[in-house]
Design a protein around this ligand. Structure first.
Ligand code: SF4
Length: 380
């Protein structure tokens, strides 16, 4: 993040050092105990405060309490295999779907953005998307309450983005995103349309919408809320809500886990050998020697391996044990890594098995042969 311009760049942010600062600078609301107590249950991202901020989450809590329909909106840029950073977003979508039988997930395959930002042709991103959606299904989404689409094929999204473009100036986009080429601004507008799509008449009209994302995506949310306000008279939009999770660090210890550097992240397709290689090379908060570590303890706060424990291992007792043993010097990095490799590989083995069973369904969903808008009609 550039401290001079006070901007977050959703396409190229490296890392966030100070999340409190983002809360102050961008007016993000803090996730507090009161809010957490109002949710029917918490997943590990919520209870461990990996999700640290939000905009308008109360709107969703109200909808849950009143048993009203709400949308959970998110998506993926089909540029490659699902990495563990995307897994956080996917599990957050699933969590918000599980909070109420009235929650419907809208999942955009951002193929236009994959072309604009990464130069991936639409034909290529079609196949990548099948793999990505199979991951989402294997992670546990209820596909009977899911609407999946490719941006390039969802005419309503494209139409909306043109409507919104009329009300925007270059200066406003430049103020939010910095200087970008027009294609990037357009793909931002398409994302705004994605987020507001669930509120169109065809989908049952205005409704609360929650967008779970990494905090680097906040500029899109701010723009969407501005546009929703502007077009509320015409479309009746309710301002969409968002929750923000902290970013998964790169395995190398610098920057966030990014698709641009394959050794910087774990993927859901990695072989057990690859997981071993990547974790063994990962940056830790360990000391120079085992002796020093026993004496001074490790530094889980800056350790990428500990972050993987914290973000991706569900067992609270086990994760606090890792933290305590690290701090006290009882735990040494080599053993800690081996234990984590076993945990991750156990998870991946089961995940891959499940994923294979969902591959055909993923294709059918993307080709709109199953669970289309029609089948959602009984909920909306
Ligand atoms: S013992 Fe584990 S948690 Fe502690 S610094 Fe080493 S790798 Fe990180």
């Amino acid at each position: 993040m550039s401290t001079k311009t006070e901007r977050l760049d959703p396409w190229s942010i490296e890392d966030v050092e100070d999340y409190d600062r983002l809360i102050r600078v961008f007016g993000i609301e803090r996730i507090n105990d009161n809010l957490l107590r109002s949710l029917p249950f918490l997943n590990r991202y919520m209870r461990r405060r990996i999700v640290f901020g939000h905009r308008g989450l109360w709107e969703i809590i109200k909808a849950i309490k009143e048993n009203r329909v709400y949308a959970v909106m998110s998506g993926i840029k089909p540029t490659g295999v699902f990495h563990f950073g995307s897994k956080i977003t996917a599990e957050q979508i699933i969590y918000f779907q599980q909070l109420s039988p009235k929650a419907i997930v809208f999942y955009a395959v951002a193929d236009i953005e994959a072309w604009e930002d990464n130069g991936i042709p639409l034909k290529e991103s079609r196949e990548i998307a099948v793999d990505n959606v199979a991951d989402l299904l294997a992670l546990g989404i209820d596909y009977k309450r899911l609407y999946v689409y490719r941006q390039s094929e969802e005419e309503r999204v494209l139409r909306l983005s043109y409507v919104f473009a009329r009300g925007l100036t270059y200066n406003l986009l430049e103020a939010i995103y910095g200087e970008k080429h027009i294609g990037m601004y357009m793909s931002a507008l398409v994302q705004v349309a994605d987020i507001l799509l669930p509120q169109l008449e065809e989908f049952g009209g205005p409704k609360p919408t929650i967008v779970p994302v990494g905090v680097d995506q906040d500029p899109h949310i701010r723009l969407t809320r501005d546009i929703a306000r502007k077009y509320s008279r015409e479309y009746g939009f309710i301002l969409p809500s968002s929750v923000y999770h902290k970013l998964q660090k790169s395995l190398t210890g610098s920057g966030k886990m990014s698709k641009r550097d394959p050794m910087s992240y774990l993927t859901l397709n990695d072989s057990s050998k690859m997981v071993e290689l990547k974790i063994k090379r990962a940056f830790t908060g360990g000391r120079e020697t085992a002796e020093l570590q026993r004496k001074l303890g490790g530094r889980p706060e800056i350790c990428v391996v500990y972050q993987l424990w914290l973000y991706h291992v569900d067992d609270d007792v086990k994760v606090s044990r890792v933290f305590e043993e690290c701090k006290s010097g009882k735990r040494i990095c080599g053993e800690c890594k081996l234990e984590l490799i076993e945990e991750i590989n156990k998870f991946l083995e089961k995940h891959k098995e499940r994923k294979e069973k969902f591959r055909d369904l993923a294709r059918e969903l993307l080709e709109r042969k199953k669970y289309t808008l029609e089948s959602l009609k009984n909920i909306i």
